[in-house]
Design a protein around this ligand. Structure first.
Ligand code: NDP
Length: 241
């Protein structure tokens, strides 16, 4: 049996493309989701990828979810921490729940999802942790103080965890996508989108499949020397070094 990969938020958008890409590369894939049961069931029916429901912001839910996936498919070798949300608004108007829900889903989930899988990876001497951050962690964005903060936290998480596990066959890397053609970006008002497109040198949004191809590389044995990396994939919109 192939290695087992778990993709959080793996039923829609970038996560769905990642799940499909990893399955095509020969992995046994599980996709998690939060609440959109209809979409998740349709995804499972279309792709044959089993779906599992829990909230990545819930520490006990994550531990239970990991146990369920491992019982069904075997020990998790590759974890893609992809699930994420936005709750945009200017900081001087931001409500506590806008802050805490984004921290919980986008940043606390790094602990809640990774902690239950990392010991097994260390014992087995192999693991791939792939975290989805954002261009807006690198450059900031109006209306996203909460999101940029959480996504920047993922970068520190990636580097520190990479160091702790470098001698154990485990790599930990982080991808910072620019604007990708998903439901999340479709929620951006058309006028704002026009402005964003004008800032992307390649002149278009990215495709989920373009992120999925990078995830497949990071999951593979070929990427063994890459760890603690922060990879920008954004059509030239922000050239971080
Ligand atoms: P979508 O909104 O299209 O999909 C989000 C996925 O995450 C869904 O499967 C959703 O499940 C799941 N999810 C959301 N909240 C939770 C939760 N609390 N627990 C479990 N699963 C959850 O997002 P995208 O594909 O656009 O984004 C994927 C990741 O990429 C996110 O981390 C996002 O921040 C990041 N990103 C996206 C960019 C973009 O341009 N789209 C740019 C940069 C980064 P359900 O279907 O049940 O709601």
């Amino acid at each position: 049996m192939g290695k087992v990969a778990l993709v959080t938020g793996g039923t829609r958008g970038i996560g769905a493309a990642v799940s499909i890409g990893l399955k095509a590369a020969g992995y046994t894939v599980a996709a998690s989701f939060a609440g959109n049961v209809e979409k998740a069931n349709a995804f499972q029916a279309e792709t044959g990828i089993p779906v599992f429901q829990w909230d990545v912001g819930d520490v006990e839910g994550c531990a239970a979810g990991v146990r369920t996936v491992e019982t069904a498919l075997g020990a998790i070798d590759i974890l893609v921490n992809n699930a994420g949300i936005t709750r945009d608004g200017w900081f001087h108007k931001m409500e506590p729940d806008q802050w805490s829900s984004v921290m919980r889903t986008n940043l606390d989930s790094m602990f809640s999802m990774t902690r239950p899988v990392i010991e097994g990876m260390r014992d087995r001497g192999f693991g791939r942790i792939i975290n989805i951050s954002s261009i807006n962690a690198q450059k900031g964005q109006l209306g996203q103080v909460n999101y940029a903060t959480a996504k920047a936290g993922i970068i520190g998480f990636t580097k520190a965890l990479a160091l702790e596990n470098a001698r154990k066959g485990i790599t930990v890397n982080c991808i910072c996508p620019g604007y990708i053609d998903t439901d999340m970006v479709m929620a951006v008002p058309p006028k704002v989108m026009e402005g964003i497109l004008g800032q992307i040198p390649v002149g278009r949004l990215g495709k989920s499949e373009e992120i999925a191809a990078l995830v497949a590389y990071l999951a593979s044995d070929a990427s063994a020397f890459m760890t603690g990396a922060v990879l920008s994939i954004n059509g030239g919109q922000y050239m971080a070094n």
